[in-house]
Design a protein around this ligand. Structure first.
Ligand SMILES: [Zn+2]
Length: 344
């Protein structure tokens, strides 16, 4: 089968590799019908040290169950399933708390241990806990939106939940990538009255407005902080969704939260230390968030997609075949595309 392998910064290849197969009795083998490239795949694309073995990329997918291990109970051959970016057993203490990204038997796709989903097929560990059967056909027009349940829609929703978005509140979304745009959808869906998007790419800002953003701040640094305060009676917002992960964006996120406000972080932090410790302290700003337990949110978000109430699939603005994956990485890295969908 074909798989997308990264060997170092800027070096992505589609290669023939040994077929994915069942290893554990709790595994499922899934033929990938739709996958995508993630903003977080761009970090190694920029910085990865050269590796002879390479890293098999991809952690978002929809596909058809081809085979299941002897202990799999809830899935059968032919099921169309969506795969969260982390696998989880669904039964441990953290899964029962809705924090599947901390599952004691869990892990992540596209790592050294578990191969990625930008491939013809993927082995899914802990299949019963991980996969969710979709009640549609694989050629359904909703497929791009359903694919975002793998990561970006659930991650944007997690930022909103961690940022305590609620009815009538003010919210700001830092970052206009696919997760930030889904964060706008999530903030609106949870009832935020004012939604300020911090970003500067015209096409993404236009989409953010369609998703429900009420204000746009394209400045950076201190100017951005001033602008958000100007838009909120000088106080800042109740809820900040931090969807970037750089020192500057984390600093801005804390500085634009109003006293007693909350920052929900989902941008993978690129530094060891968190900035703005003192402003967070003096303003009683709570900072939470982390790897989104997107598996926990699928049942809540799926009906809104099926009913057409939300359209997160619009962030997938380019579709390519698997062989074009290297160019898909380049296009996302060059900001020609917001997010790239792969149809193997
Ligand atoms: Zn678990």
């Amino acid at each position: 089968m074909r798989a997308t392998v990264m060997y170092g910064a800027g070096d992505v290849r589609v290669e023939n590799v040994p077929d994915a197969s069942l290893v554990e009795p709790t595994d499922a083998l899934v033929r990938v019908t739709h996958a995508c490239i993630c903003g977080s795949d761009l970090w190694p694309y920029k910085t990865m040290e050269r590796s002879d073995a390479g890293r098999h990329m991809g952690h978002e997918a929809i596909g058809i169950v081809e085979d299941v291990g002897a202990d799999v109970r809830t899935l059968k051959q032919g099921d169309l399933v969506v795969m969260p970016f982390a696998f989880s057993d669904g039964t441990c203490v953290f899964c029962r708390d809705g924090l599947q990204t901390s599952c004691v038997h869990g892990g992540f796709f596209g790592t050294e241990d578990v191969a990625g989903a930008q491939a013809d097929a993927v082995r899914v560990p802990q299949a019963d806990g991980t996969l969710v059967v979709l009640p549609v056909d694989e050629d359904d027009a909703l497929m791009p939106s359903l694919l975002t349940l793998s990561d970006v829609m659930g991650t944007g929703h997690h930022a909103a939940v961690a940022g305590h978005v609620g009815p009538g509140k003010t919210a700001a979304v830092v970052g206009d990538g696919a997760v930030g745009l889904c964060g706008v959808i999530a903030a609106k869906r949870l009832g935020a009255e004012q939604i300020i998007i911090l970003g500067r790419h015209p096409d993404r800002i236009a989409l953010a407005r369609e998703f429900g953003a009420t204000d746009v701040v394209s400045e950076r640094g201190d100017e951005a902080i001033e602008r958000v305060r100007d838009l909120t009676d000088g106080f800042g917002v109740h809820s900040v969704l931090e969807c970037v992960g750089l020192e500057q964006s984390e600093l801005t996120a804390i500085e634009i939260a109003r006293p007693g406000g909350a920052v929900g972080r989902v941008g993978v932090p690129q530094d060891e230390a968190m900035p703005a410790s003192q402003p967070a302290f003096y303003n009683n700003v709570s900072v939470s968030g982390g790897p989104a337990p997107v598996r926990a949110y699928i049942e809540e978000l799926l009906p809104d997609i099926l009913e057409g109430k939300i359209e997160p699939g619009r962030v997938l603005d380019r579709v390519i075949g698997l062989d074009e994956a290297p160019d898909g990485y380049r296009a996302m890295n060059d900001r020609e595309a917001i997010k790239v969908m792969i149809e193997p």
